[in-house]
Design a protein around this ligand. Sequence first.
Ligand code: HEM
Length: 224
Amino acid sequence: MNRFALAALAASLPVSLALEAAPPTKGKTMEKIPGYTYGTAAVPRSPSTPAELELMKKAVLFTADDEKALRMSKGILADQTDAILDVWYGFVASHPHLVHFFGRKSDGQPDAAYLAAVRKRFAQWILDTAEARYDQTWLDYQDEIGRRHTRAAKNRTDGVASVDVVSYRYMPLFVYPITTTLKPFLAKKGHAPEDVERMHQAWVKSVLLQVALWSRPYVPEKDF
Ligand code: HEM
C-alpha cells in the first residue's frame, strides 16, 4: 500500500479507532505528558555509550549533515504531529494483526485509552527525534522505549492489561511505513526537493538507529 492509500485509509477510519486528537505537543515545556520519563531519575542508565552510538552511526552512514537535516525537520513537523499520528495510527488500526498489540487481554478489543496515552508520547518522540540530541540521557530513554515494547515493561507505563510484548519481527519492519508516510509532511512547507530528500534520508537513518537500540531488551545482552 502506498502512502496515499495509507492516508486515505486513515481518513476513512471510524472515530473509535482513529482516536481522539491529542493536544498539540510543543515539547517538554508543555504540560507533562503522562509516562514520558525522558531525562528523569526513573529511567535507568543504559549500557550503551555515546562512543558505541558513534560506531552505530557509521554503520548506517549517519553524518553531521543528517543531524542538521533532522533539526531542519523539527520546525516543519512541530505543528503537524497530530496529522502524522492520524496516518500512523490509521495504518495500525487498519490491520488487526498490528492493532492486536494495543488490544485488551480480556476481549482482544483495542484499548482506546492505551492508544491515546501512547499517542501523546509518540508525538513527543517525533520532536525528540528531530532534535537529534545524542547524549547519555537520550541513550537511556532509548533503552526505556525498547523495554516498553517488550515483556520487561509493556503496559506498565499506562497501567493497562494488554498483550505482553510487541513481537520483535514487526519492529524493524515499521521503519518503512513510518518514514515513508512522513515524507509528504516534510514537503508540506515548501522546502526544496533536495532538502526534503535530505530530511527524509536522515529520518530513515535515525529511526533505524533507534530500532537497533530498542533491540537490546529483545536479545541476550552478550549478543547485542
Ligand atoms: C519503527 C518502529 C517503531 C517506532 C518508531 C515506535 C515508536 C513508539 C514510541 C515513540 C512509543 C512511545 C514510547 C514512550 O513511552 O515514550 C511506542 C510505544 C508503543 N508501540 Fe511502538 N514503535 C515502533 C514499532 C512498533 C510496532 C511494530 C508495534 C506494534 C503494533 C508498536 C506498538 C507499540 C505499543 C503497544 C506501545 C506502547 C508500549 C507500552 O505499553 O508502553 N510499536 N512506540
